[in-house]
Design a protein around this ligand. Sequence first.
Ligand SMILES: CC(C)(COP(=O)(O)OP(=O)(O)OC[C@H]1O[C@@H](n2cnc3c(N)ncnc32)[C@H](O)[C@@H]1OP(=O)(O)O)[C@@H](O)C(=O)NCCC(=O)NCCS
Length: 180
Amino acid sequence: MNLDTQRLILREIKWSDLDQVHKLHSYKEVDEFNTLGIPANRSETRNVMRPVIKDQKKKKRKLYSWAIIEISSRKFIGLAGLTLTADRFNMGEMYYKLEPQSWGKGYATEAARSIVKFGFETLHLHRVEAGVATENVKSIRILEKLGMTCEGTRRKILPIRGVWKDNFHYAIVEDEPREY
Ligand SMILES: CC(C)(COP(=O)(O)OP(=O)(O)OC[C@H]1O[C@@H](n2cnc3c(N)ncnc32)[C@H](O)[C@@H]1OP(=O)(O)O)[C@@H](O)C(=O)NCCC(=O)NCCS
């Protein structure tokens, strides 16, 4: 299931994306608020990708991970995803990350919007959620622009380079206003 926006294509990841996903996860800047940490080798990146690629063959999907492709250059510029919860909650948690060269162009907002739309309009979810480190001001801005609400702070929950960091919990519910 691919998603199209004005400037981006979100294409479900495949094994041939391994090198680019590995490179993306290896940037110090991209890792700043990431609990996974910089992968020690390609095999660690493969282990992160494996369950998602396996899920693509399932009838009942739970894990979506998209390569973000810039239409103008046809280049891989990042990753975004949606992880669904148990059926009775009918929710998904979204994430996104871009190569530093592609920051500051509104791309993450554009990708995240298309995922929220996909969650509500195609999957008919009840809620879409996202967690964000309280220091991650750019990502907080994106979630606010999407009309998501900060529902609270989960204190000292993110293990980031040996320090427990706080996380804001954001969500949008299906019957809330969206301008997209
Ligand atoms: C967070 C991230 C995805 C942002 O990507 P991006 O494409 O640059 O984001 P956008 O351009 O769509 O939007 C960023 C917004 O933050 C704003 N912003 C940038 N720096 C800011 C700062 N220091 N303080 C407040 N807002 C800031 C931008 O102005 C923009 O808002 P605007 O459209 O109102 O001007 C990117 O920096 C990234 O990949 N970071 C590493 C991974 C990560 O943190 N992912 C999110 C995990 S929750």
